[in-house]
Ligand binder design. Structure first.
Ligand SMILES: C[C@@](CO)(OP(=O)(O)O)[C@H](O)COP(=O)(O)OP(=O)(O)OC[C@H]1O[C@@H](n2ccc(N)nc2=O)[C@H](O)[C@@H]1O
Ligand SMILES: Nc1ncnc2c1ncn2[C@@H]1O[C@H](COP(=O)(O)OP(=O)(O)O)[C@@H](O)[C@H]1O
Length: 276
């Protein structure tokens, strides 16, 4: 069985307060985008292990057993004693980019195992299990535009469609640590909630919709801020860093012509139409 876990971008990200446990409360909107990994499971007949992970495409740091698709398998195996599986993961979504690729893989693995082995888990239960694997992981179960608060794990649906807009996404060869990015933020409540801001026309977002991480990340990595400026120079209706970086996206009108721009030899670049 084959599935295609997709990435997300953050539309706005307000870091509102630091909690006693060291984490931060925030508000953001997760929006699915058509940048995809490929994930396949087949019956595993060789050896006496319960899983075997084969990886291709972009490299992922860390051991196989720390891969989130393996963690997802282990979670359900612990509850349902699943048959052994052979897992193939083709990595196309850049990691450490604020695109949620690892979380998407984990959530899609849960959905695929549920279907393949007829576990009968409801969407709510799948979300509950996904949340154990990462704060934003549960978003990828429904995979629809979502307003998130709490530590990024309390969800409500948001009525919004960017279908038809062109997305230009650039992930430079720069690593931003999410933990460090948080540590440099002074949390504050925005004048108006993101829930209201997102209902304004997209043309007004430039003025009102903010990703708080930009304030700490851009001074440290000016090349990331420069990509956002380039997006606006090229006519973006709205541009922002996604999550804690380092990727930056621009939303462009359906008929805009997006030129070739050199963002560096190792940069990941995607251009395409939004489909939801
Ligand atoms: C902030 C977001 C917004 O989308 O950034 P991106 O990962 O997308 O860039 C995510 O919620 C990130 O979620 P995730 O990437 O799962 O973060 P985690 O691994 O759970 O946390 C990494 C570190 O960030 C800090 N952290 C994370 C989430 C949060 N609400 N408050 C925090 O202070 C903690 O120090 C934690 O140890
Ligand atoms: N299947 C996976 N794909 C990507 N990263 C993974 C995966 N499993 C574990 N990871 C780890 O999760 C970290 C965060 O990756 P990812 O979720 O793609 O980025 P981000 O949180 O910035 O959106 C990576 O640095 C990697 O070590």
């Amino acid at each position: 069985m084959l599935t295609f876990p997709n990435a997300k971008i953050n539309l706005g990200l307000n870091i509102t307060e630091k909690r006693p446990d060291g984490y931060h409360n925030l508000e953001t909107i997760f929006y699915p985008i058509p940048v995809e990994d490929a994930l396949e499971i087949n019956p595993l007949s060789e050896g006496d292990g319960k899983y075997c992970l084969h990886q291709a495409g972009m490299e992922i740091a860390g051991e196989a057993e720390n891969n989130l698709v393996v963690k997802a398998y282990k979670l359900l195996d612990g509850l349902f004693d699943l048959p052994p599986v052979d897992i193939h993961l083709f990595k196309h979504i850049p990691s450490g980019a604020g695109l949620g690729g690892g979380s998407a893989d984990a959530a899609f693995m849960l959905k695929m195992l549920n279907e393949k082995f007829g576990l009968g888990l409801s969407t709510g239960t799948l979300e509950e299990y996904a949340a154990r694997l990462g704060a934003d992981c549960a978003f990828f179960i429904r995979n629809a535009p979502t307003y998130a608060e709490g530590i990024g794990n309390v969800f409500s649906p948001v009525s919004l469609s960017l279908k038809g807009y062109q997305l230009w996404l650039v992930k430079p060869d720069i690593f931003v640590s999410t933990r460090d990015a948080f540590s440099q933020i002074k949390p504050h409540r925005p004048e108006r909630s993101l829930k209201e801001t997102v209902q304004l026309p997209v043309e007004a977002w430039k003025e009102y919709m903010v990703n708080d991480f930009e304030k700490s990340v851009f001074p440290q990595f000016p090349a990331i801020g420069a990509i956002k400026e380039e997006m606006y120079r090229q006519g973006a209706v709205y541009a922002s860093m996604s999550g804690s970086g380092s990727s930056v996206y621009g939303l462009f009108a359906a008929d805009a012509v997006l030129p070739d721009v050199d963002f560096g030899e190792k940069a990941f670049v995607y251009k395409g139409k939004l489909t939801v």
